[in-house]
Design a protein around this ligand. Structure first.
Ligand SMILES: C[S@@+](CC[C@H](N)C(=O)[O-])C[C@H]1O[C@@H](n2cnc3c(N)ncnc32)[C@H](O)[C@@H]1O
Length: 421
């Protein structure tokens, strides 16, 4: 087990010190560990995700345990991983401590005694330490202070529920491809295999327990995809009908593109700035038996790639802070900076203005983010509407366009705009 602890230590360090993306670092690490069993791989994922999910709390506890600054960073991250295990995993406490001491022996043998002392001290005084750690917001909520302040300003007393929801374990939700069968049929297939699930939205089934996609009946034949229920609002809100010309302007990896194509026979153009990610749109569409014209290009500079034919529907699922999906990506909490929000808002405004010129008269544009910060959401729309008298925001069936993260879905924002004559 100390190998898993060490690998998680390196992953957490690469995220927090080098600012790297957790998914990528974990993938790279797992590729190097080809001999590891599925259980070991799952344990590495749990340790890395869990430590980052509760980093604020664990770090506050560690601060209380350390009497002076730890000079070896690697030991700091090892201690954080071990504290996560002691606090949140079912692993035997003595085994966690023993493994941490062995890990320390490999990293810096001079500090093994200190590691042992710190972790044993934690076990002796755990309850009091946790109470003390929660005196500070970062220790209570496990988010950076600026993020907590921002949410309190925006959501008042509801901020706590939003912060806590972001620390939960995300559900696994499927989107049933209605071209291949009904949700009822698929529920029956799942149940034959012993997988419990429930219908939570028109095409969305939430699984009782996550499974790997190769265990999903008909996955490779395109019967289902994995997609959060919040993301599945896009295809419904866009109000597409057969024969329409549709642009998905920020399409990769193609979840929403595919859902739209499953919903209606449209002429779809799927654009993305990132050519590599566009390949994933292609893979997804092929698996699902769907077709679209794929274009690599910048939504903010349509002159370069647009053929001049207006679109009746546009989906602008713009790049954003992704603050609504932190339970799936806990690294985001520690990688984002306050100033990023303003720079995303600028990018989003630019994309929205450029895409508007491509929209047909009476056409509809759906603006979407997975952010919970108003600055990237209704604020962008309000500024846009102030400059475009020919644009009106249509009512949608969501309070203030916002879906806040909860048991059923991640956090999203949607605004539907129509171009009037
Ligand atoms: C939120 S993701 C889209 C998710 C996708 N719609 C889905 O449901 O699977 C945002 C995407 O926008 C792309 N992107 C960022 N800036 C862009 C730009 N200026 N023009 C086009 N695509 C952009 C990114 O490469 C990324 O794939």
């Amino acid at each position: 087990m100390h190998n898993i602890q060490l690998a998680a230590t390196q992953i957490v360090q690469q995220v927090l010190v080098d600012g790297r993306n957790l998914n990528q670092v974990l993938d790279e690490s797992l590729r190097r560990k080809s001999v590891w069993t599925p259980a070991q791989r799952a344990a590495l994922q749990d340790l890395s995700y869990g430590t980052l999910r509760f980093y604020g709390q664990l770090n506050a506890v560690l601060d209380l345990l350390l009497h002076k600054h730890m000079t070896d960073n690697r030991i700091t991250y090892l201690l954080l991983v071990a504290l996560y295990q002691l606090q949140y995993s079912k692993a035997a406490k003595h085994a966690v401590v023993d493994h941490a001491v062995r890990s320390a022996d490999i990293l810096n043998p001079k500090i093994r005694g200190l590691v042992n002392a710190i972790l044993r001290n934690f076990l002796r005084t755990q309850d009091a330490l946790l109470v003390q750690a929660t005196q500070k917001d970062e220790g209570r909520y496990s988010y950076p202070q600026w993020w907590i302040d921002e949410l309190r300003m925006q959501y008042g007393e509801h901020a706590t529920a939003i912060l806590d929801a972001g620390n939960g374990h995300p559900p696994m939700t499927l989107r049933v491809n209605r071209r291949h069968g009904t949700t009822a049929d698929y529920l029956a297939r799942l149940s034959e295999q012993g997988n419990g699930a429930r219908l939570i939205a028109p095409d969305a089934l939430q699984l009782e327990k996550p499974v790997s996609v190769d265990k999903l009946p008909g996955f490779f034949e395109g019967r289902v995809s994995v997609q959060d229920a919040g993301a599945q609002y896009a295809a419904r809100l866009l109000d597409v009908r057969d024969g329409m010309r549709v642009l998905d302007a920020c399409s990769a990896p193609g979840g929403k593109t595919a859902h739209i194509l499953e919903t209606a026979d449209v002429e779809m153009v799927a654009l993305d700035k990132d050519e590599k990610r566009l390949q994933r749109v292609d893979d997804n569409l092929q698996r699902l038996g769907l077709t679209a014209t794929l274009l690599a290009g910048d939504a903010a500079t349509p002159d370069v790639w647009w053929d001049g034919k207006p679109f009746e529907r546009i989906l602008a699922d713009v790049p954003c802070s992704a603050t609504g999906v932190v339970r799936r990506h806990p690294d985001i909490k520690w990688l984002r900076r306050r100033k990023d929000i303003a720079s995303f808002a600028l990018q989003q405004t630019e994309i929205l203005h450029s895409l508007w010129t491509l929209l047909a008269e009476e056409g509809k544009l759906l603006y979407a983010t997975c952010s919970i910060f108003n600055q990237e959401n209704q604020s962008v729309i309000d500024c846009f509407l102030a400059k475009h008298p020919e644009a009106r925001q249509l009512p949608i069936d969501l309070p203030n366009g916002a879906l806040l993260p909860n048991d059923a879905h991640d956090g999203f924002f949607y605004a539907l705009l129509q171009k009037t004559a």
